[in-house]
Write a new protein. Structure first.
Length: 208
């Protein structure tokens, strides 16, 4: 007689499946992972994962949504208690990099997997939008305070692209001997972009 599964049993199995799937998707990409492989890794029947998820796409969407949620939570927690915009920006930037380095598989399935985000999985779309809005909204505050004088939307996405590039270089092992420390590089990037975006606030000198 089959053993009755409690809600905790179901939650535990889903959590373990998501953990294994996150690592496999990050390492092998979407096409390089099958439901049978996931079942083998978990030591269960090939049909078992289908009791918890519709298919492989459903698993990927679920683990990506979870990753984006944790990511947004980490950034939000870092922003709490900051004294001013400058401190908040620095804390959020450090939290961004810290999350990416501590959770490389989660970061990779969020941003480096060949499956576009769409509206077929509402939770994924919601969490991805929450993370994106939190990151780019920092630029809106800088614009309101007069710290930058460029399009805040463009600036926010530029900052995001800059820090993402730094993370990908680090994950690819390109910041080895001879390269700057990633923390020093992140600070330099941020200061450079902010100074460039603030340049337009200075009044032009009058010609004599």
């Amino acid at each position: 007689m089959p053993r009755y599964l409690t809600e905790q049993d179901i939650a535990d199995f889903r959590a373990e499946l998501c953990k294994v799937a996150t690592e496999r998707f990050a390492r092998f990409g979407y096409e390089g992972v099958t439901m049978r492989q996931l079942a083998d890794a978990l030591g269960c029947s090939p049909k078992t994962p289908y009791r918890y998820f519709k298919d492989k796409a459903d698993i990927l969407a679920t683990v990506r949504a979870q990753a984006f949620a944790r990511f947004a939570d980490a950034l939000g927690a870092a922003a709490q208690g900051a004294k001013d915009t400058s401190e908040r920006g620095g804390r959020v930037g450090r939290a961004y990099i810290e999350f990416a380095l501590k959770n490389p598989h989660a970061y990779r399935i969020m941003f480096d997997i060949g499956v576009p985000l769409d509206d077929s999985h509402p939770e994924l779309a919601q969490q991805a939008e929450r993370a994106a809005t939190f990151i780019t909204s920092q630029a809106e505050e800088l614009a309101r305070l007069g710290v930058i004088s460029v399009d805040p939307k463009l600036f926010g996405w530029s900052m995001w692209a800059s820090i993402h590039g730094l993370v990908m270089l680090h994950q690819a092992g390109m910041l080895g001997p001879g390269a700057p420390d990633y923390r020093e590089l992140a600070m330099f990037q941020g200061n450079l972009l902010v100074k460039g975006a603030a340049a337009g606030t200075a009044k032009p000198k009058k010609r004599s």
